[in-house]
Design a protein around this ligand. Structure first.
Ligand code: ZN
Length: 256
């Protein structure tokens, strides 16, 4: 089963054609989509969308590192209420970004740790944004504890060593469209170091459209290109890659 584990389909990039875009995903064989909600407000719009496609679209809520300065007990409480809804299958995205994010590291760490604890209380998996920050992310995970359901190393963009370390921490490594890019040799080395049992796929749409759509608006239908690329790297049948990565995702998400 092909699952897009990370899609921002509630963004206004899709306001003009959202139902058509979602239909294209189902037509391309994408059977489940997780709409990632940013802050309680984004979580509520993701939830509203999930309710329009029962059993097909699910959702999450989290404080992105870019929003870490908006972290408060009140925000965590609102997220905790949202996470009680059955469509809410994931907490995040959360994590650390030292690449573009200007928010001080101690504030990012605080918001990240609070969400790990929240996910444990809510018995949800987590979706981790880690950009040029793996040693710091690992430190927070080790001090705070990995939620029992595990989670996804969203939009993985490091090398084989970090990929194996994520698996050791109890996570599935989530590959997005970059793995199809010409210059992504290090990412493909990471794929080779892993087994299909260690991996899930995502689009992170509207960003990061895979080849042959690179540079355009991304959408869940295109996750099929990423699954095909993984199959080519492993020299495996793509149906088998879809089946195994789909089962990995469903286990973390707790969905059928
Ligand atoms: Zn995202």
């Amino acid at each position: 089963m092909l699952i897009d584990t990370h899609a921002h389909i509630n963004f206004d990039a899709y306001d003009a054609d959202r139902p058509d875009m979602i239909r294209r995903a189902f037509d391309a064989g994408v059977e489940r989509i997780v709409c990632i909600g940013m802050m309680p407000e984004g979580g509520r719009s993701a939830l509203a969308l999930a309710r329009q496609y029962p059993g097909k679209v699910y959702c999450s809520v989290g404080i992105h590192p870019y929003d870490a300065d908006q972290y408060s007990d009140q925000v965590i409480a609102e997220m905790e209420t949202l996470l009680r809804e059955p469509e809410m299958v994931l907490c995040g995205e959360m994590g650390i970004d030292t690449f573009k994010c200007k928010i001080p590291l101690d504030i990012q760490k605080q918001a990240f740790a609070a969400q790990l604890k929240l996910a444990t209380r809510a018995n949800k998996g987590v979706c981790i944004h880690c950009r040029d920050a793996f040693p710091i992310v690992r430190e927070v995970l080790e001090t705070t504890g990995v939620p029992p359901r595990g989670g996804f190393a969203h939009c993985f963009s490091d090398g084989p060593e970090e990929a194996l370390a994520w698996v050791k921490l109890g996570f599935k490594v989530s590959f997005a469209g970059q793995v199809t890019f010409k210059n992504a040799e290090k990412l493909r080395e990471a794929v080779k170091a892993l087994r299909p049992e260690d991996i899930v796929v995502e689009t992170d749409c509207p960003y990061l459209a895979p080849d042959p759509h690179r540079g355009k608006r991304n959408e869940p239908a295109y996750v099929a290109h990423t699954a095909s690329k993984l199959a080519a790297i492993w020299d495996m049948d793509v149906a088998e890659v879809r089946r195994i990565t789909g089962a990995n995702a469903r286990k973390v998400l707790g969905i059928g």
